[in-house]
Design a protein around this ligand. Structure first.
Ligand code: GAP
Length: 453
């Protein structure tokens, strides 16, 4: 059998996500809302594991970072000062033939002539700027004065709260403020499953420093972030660092790296690591008239801190983890014959379910009772899935497909029926190697904790 093409692979991934409850089209029963996605029972666990791990390494494991959780509704003055009201736009072109709205960079060029990628039409409008922010109205009157925006990035609330957080946390430079939360962009053409959505989540750190530390910290954070992706199971060979050229960087940035990943639909950005200088704090200081300076007790100087920002997408990283993990291989069925299986080789730390627990037979009460004891032992420490229905091979297969790294089977040996020395031991099966080992039930929590941390 030949290997599937990358587009077939992507189709299989999308289908698995729906079939097994990772990701659904939002408002699906009404025809779907373009650019919005709902995470199902397994998707929400995967997403939480990612966010919790990011928070652990970026906030809890460090002395120099604190967190915050800002409002989504944003005062227009904030986004005027940041430049979003004026300039957060993409050039848009319409195809007069099929009426598609297109981002200018999505046109295809054949023999030097620009064409619509959907219908091949050449009757195209000129490019015009389309602001990506979602506008809404706060309060009962829909007047100009009541306009607010859904935030297009989480970063701005960090800049606007800089002074408050500095005062309460009493941190000294360099230090950071981290935030995970929703952001909204009215993308002209949402596509590639969840990759480009209109509603998505970001994990952002604004790391404030002295001007002379900026370039060094840009390198530091790029390396830290690459390590992070390795620790959640993304292979180094599929990760790339793009040093964004001067002409493509925001005018205020002195250096930006894009961390990219080889998705089945091409190499695309997962995260930006940008040295934004003192642009944001200076803009807000100017527009609000409030000091956002930092007083350095050693030098007795006041400065507007500079900032290095690693900004990652939650949904894109979840998608990258699923794409990386998706595999098809051969596994023995209950008769020992080899069959093809779908397996999600998710890093155990990220897997939605950590351990599946199976009584060998569901109609043997002592096996079921023992299996339920094992569930009760493990559940306080990890997500577990109890399954008693169907042949054991089929039950393994169902867990392989959702990426559960470990399976525990309770059999007659567990009951000590064949060999008393095996009483209260179980088979522990590992998803990727399919290797099985016999371990005492009482050791399971420690063994599993070590492997999923
Ligand atoms: N504060 C900086 C900032 O927002 P960005 O490069 O525009 O920078 C950061 O966004 C990250 O947010 C991206 O690398 C990506 O992972 C995620 N992101 C941006 N737009 C997105 C979209 N439409 N859908 C899903 N994720 C998106």
């Amino acid at each position: 059998m030949s290997a599937p093409s990358e587009s077939q692979r992507m189709e299989k991934i999308v289908s698995l996500c729906k079939r097994r409850g990772f990701i659904f089209q939002s408002s699906e029963i009404y025809g779907g809302l373009n650019g919005a996605w709902d995470y199902g029972p397994l998707g929400v666990e995967l997403k939480r594991n990612l966010k919790n791990y990011w928070w652990r390494v970026m906030v809890h494991d460090r002395d120099d970072v604190v967190g915050m959780d800002g409002a989504i509704l944003t005062h227009p003055a904030v986004l005027k000062a940041s430049g979003h009201v004026e300039g957060f736009s993409d050039p848009m072109i319409d195809c007069r033939t099929c009426k598609a709205h297109l981002r200018a960079d999505q046109l295809v060029e054949k023999k030097g002539v620009k064409q619509c990628p959907n219908c091949g039409g050449r009757d195209l409008t000129d490019a015009r700027q389309f602001n990506l922010m979602f506008e809404t109205h706060v309060g009962a009157s829909a007047e100009e004065s009541s306009i607010a925006y859904l935030r297009p990035e989480t970063a701005q609330s960090i800049f606007v709260q800089f002074k408050n957080i500095l005062e309460v946390s009493r941190k000294k430079l360099p230090f950071g403020i981290a935030q995970i939360g929703k952001a909204f962009r009215n993308e002209i053409n949402p596509r590639n499953f969840t990759f480009r959505s209109r509603e998505f989540e970001q994990m952002e750190l604004e790391y404030f420093c002295r001007p002379e530390q900026g370039m060094g910290l840009l390198e530091y954070w790029k390396e830290e972030r690459l390590k992070f992706y390795g620790n959640i199971g993304l292979g180094r060979a599929k990760l790339h660092v793009l040093n964004v050229p001067d002409a493509e960087r925001a005018f205020y940035s002195k250096g930006t790296y894009d961390i990219e990943y080889d998705f089945p639909f091409g190499r695309q950005e997962l995260e930006g690591v940008a040295y934004r200088t003192d642009y944001d704090l200076s803009q807000h200081q100017k527009a609000s008239g409030k000091s956002l300076e930092y007083f350095d007790e050693e030098t007795k100087e006041k400065i507007v801190p500079h900032v290095v920002e690693p900004s990652a997408g939650v949904d894109r990283t979840v998608l990258a983890m699923i794409c990386e993990a998706y595999a098809e291989d051969q596994a023995p069925n209950d008769k020992g014959e080899m069959e093809s299986r779908i397996v999600l080789r998710l890093h155990p730390r990220m897997a939605p379910m950590k351990c599946a627990i199976f009584p060998l037979l569901k109609n043997k009460e002592p096996l079921v009772a023992k299996a339920k004891e094992v569930v009760a032992l493990l559940r306080p420490q990890m997500t577990v899935f109890y399954d008693e229905s169907g042949a054991i091979g089929r039950r393994y297969r169902r867990q392989d497909e959702i990426g559960t790294p470990f399976g525990v089977t309770i059999d007659f040996e567990t009951l000590g029926e064949k060999d008393p020395t095996l009483r209260d031991t179980v088979t522990l099966r590992e998803r990727d190697s399919m290797k099985q080992e016999r371990v005492p039930i009482q050791d399971l929590p420690v063994i599993l904790q070590e492997r999923i941390r």
